[in-house]
Structure formats: structure tokens, C-alpha cells
Ligand binder design. Structure first.
Ligand SMILES: [Zn+2]
Length: 278
């Protein structure tokens, strides 16, 4: 019987503690939105998934100009094809590059000095060098790892209780403590991006969709759903690490779980995923 695990952040005592430990990430470049001539929607998923590679130099200016803008379906597809050819990929041997996917590198701001093996600035998963190396060993090309740029980093240790910012907003915590003058001694950290996804979990009910542009509206809200995540029957895709369907949840096999646990990694919780018998 195969077992699968969700890798996730631990439960924190407060949003402040979460912000204090994990900080916030910003990607400066994102793929354009799509303007669909069939369903008449201009849409994207801002701040969700990342592309598995950096934007090539030759397209950087063009994509920066198109960020936050939308392209027709044809132009969107043409740009994607040019992007893949610029990085030497003929097709998509991984999950698609959707509207408003972010390009690495991410720029990280953390109010404390990060030492943990995992950091969880929404919506990304960052890992230390040794976790990245271990994942490269066990997962091979199932996962991409892109080095993060450390931007504003606090001086204090993350083990301290988080100070509450004067504004009361957890994201303002970055402005409350002393920052390091130089971040060259911090990290490195890597954003990990699975290259594959399973089929959608059983509770995902599609209310409406557009087959031309891929827009979907679903009923289930995974972020508030209680209990363990579930894999759909037949969704085991032979991958060692993958997204759960179209969600941001990252699932690993038992082999990966064992490899990770050998490292006794900090700031990580592993939760078993319900998986139907074959
Ligand atoms: Zn559409």
C-alpha cells in the first residue's frame, strides 16, 4: 500500500509568529493574463504558482511590459511557445504555465534571521541547501529549485516570540525590528516548484469552466476544508513530488518523507494524505 504525505507549515500560535518566521516573498515578473474570446473573461491567478525557471534575458523586457496586462488567446499561446523555445523546451513536460504565473527569483523579506530548513512565505515553499540537495537526490527532475534573493532580513533570532507590530498588521512586522546591513551570510534558500500535478481531488466540483482558455470555477474550498487531504482514485502519477490537482498543496511519496525525516528538518509538518486502495 503506497502512502503519501502533504508537506506543510506547522500550526503557529498566531499570524504574527507565522510572519515573523516565514516573512513574505515577492516575484517581480509574471506571465500575462489571458483575454478569452470564447468566454469573454480576462483572468489570471495572481500570486499562486511559479514557473519552474527564470525568465530568459531575451524575453524579460517584453514580459515585464506585459505583466498585469492581458493577451488574446492566440498571443498568449504564441508567447508561451516563444518562452519555451527560448529556454530550450519544445513542449510542456510539466504542468502548464498559466496566466499570471510568477517567475523566479523570488525576493524574500523576513523580520527574523531565518535558520529553519523550511520557510513558508505564501504561496511558496522555500528550503535550505541540504533539503534542496536531498530533494534533488530523491525526486530528480520532478521538482525545480530556484535560488531566492534575500532582500530585507531581520537581525533577531526566529526563536524569540514575535513582536506585535504597532499597526496591528502581521505583514508590517518587517518594519518593526532591526534589519541586517548585509544578507550575504543568510541562507541560501531555494524555492521548490513541483513540475507535475495529480488529478484533482474528489471533492473538487467544477461549477463552470471554459475549455478554450482553461478557466474554471470550483465549489470546494481547500483552504478551509478540515481533515486530511485526499487523492482521487487513479491519480497516483508515478511522481515522487507533485501538486494536488490544481491546488497549491504539495504531496510527496513515502520515500521522500523518509529522506526528509532523516534530516530532522525544522519548520516542517508532514501530514498523511488519504489515498484510496488501488
Ligand atoms: Zn475562456
Amino acid at each position: 500500500m503506497m502512502r503519501f504525505w502533504q508537506i506543510r507549515k506547522p500550526d503557529y500560535t498566531s499570524d504574527y509568529q507565522d510572519s515573523y518566521i516565514n516573512g513574505a516573498i515577492e516575484h517581480l515578473l509574471e506571465f500575462p493574463k489571458i483575454d478569452c474570446d470564447v468566454c469573454f473573461r480576462a483572468w489570471g491567478w495572481t500570486g499562486t504558482r511559479s514557473v519552474t525557471f527564470e525568465c530568459p534575458e531575451s524575453l524579460r523586457e517584453e514580459i515585464a511590459r506585459l505583466s498585469k496586462k492581458s493577451l488574446s488567446r492566440t498571443d498568449h499561446l504564441t508567447l508561451k511557445t516563444r518562452l519555451l523555445s527560448a529556454v530550450g523546451l519544445e513542449s510542456l513536460p510539466f504542468i502548464d504555465i498559466g496566466p499570471q504565473y510568477s517567475f523566479p527569483p523570488g525576493f524574500l523579506d523576513v523580520p527574523s534571521r531565518p535558520k529553519a530548513d523550511f520557510l513558508w512565505p505564501w504561496p511558496t515553499i522555500l528550503v535550505s541547501q541540504r533539503v534542496r540537495d536531498s530533494l534533488a537526490d530523491v525526486c530528480g527532475d520532478n521538482v525545480a529549485a530556484c535560488r531566492v534573493t534575500m532582500r530585507k532580513i531581520g537581525k533577531r533570532s526566529a526563536k524569540l516570540p514575535a513582536p506585535i507590530p504597532l499597526s496591528g498588521e502581521p505583514e508590517d512586522i518587517i518594519y518593526e525590528g532591526p534589519l541586517l546591513g548585509s544578507t550575504s551570510e543568510v541562507g541560501p534558500y531555494y524555492e521548490i516548484v513541483p513540475r507535475y500535478a495529480s488529478s484533482d481531488p474528489p471533492e473538487r466540483i467544477i461549477e463552470s469552466s471554459c475549455s478554450a482558455c482553461g478557466w474554471v470555477k470550483t465549489k470546494a474550498d481547500f483552504s478551509v476544508r478540515r481533515g486530511p487531504l485526499r487523492l482521487a482514485p487513479g491519480s497516483r502519477n508515478g511522481r515522487s513530488i507533485f501538486y494536488l490537482g490544481s491546488t497549491l498543496h504539495v504531496i510527496v511519496t513515502d520515500d521522500v518523507r523518509k529522506a526528509l525525516q532523516m534530516l530532522r528538518p525544522s519548520n516542517l509538518q508532514l501530514e498523511e494524505v488519504w489515498c484510496p486502495p488501488a
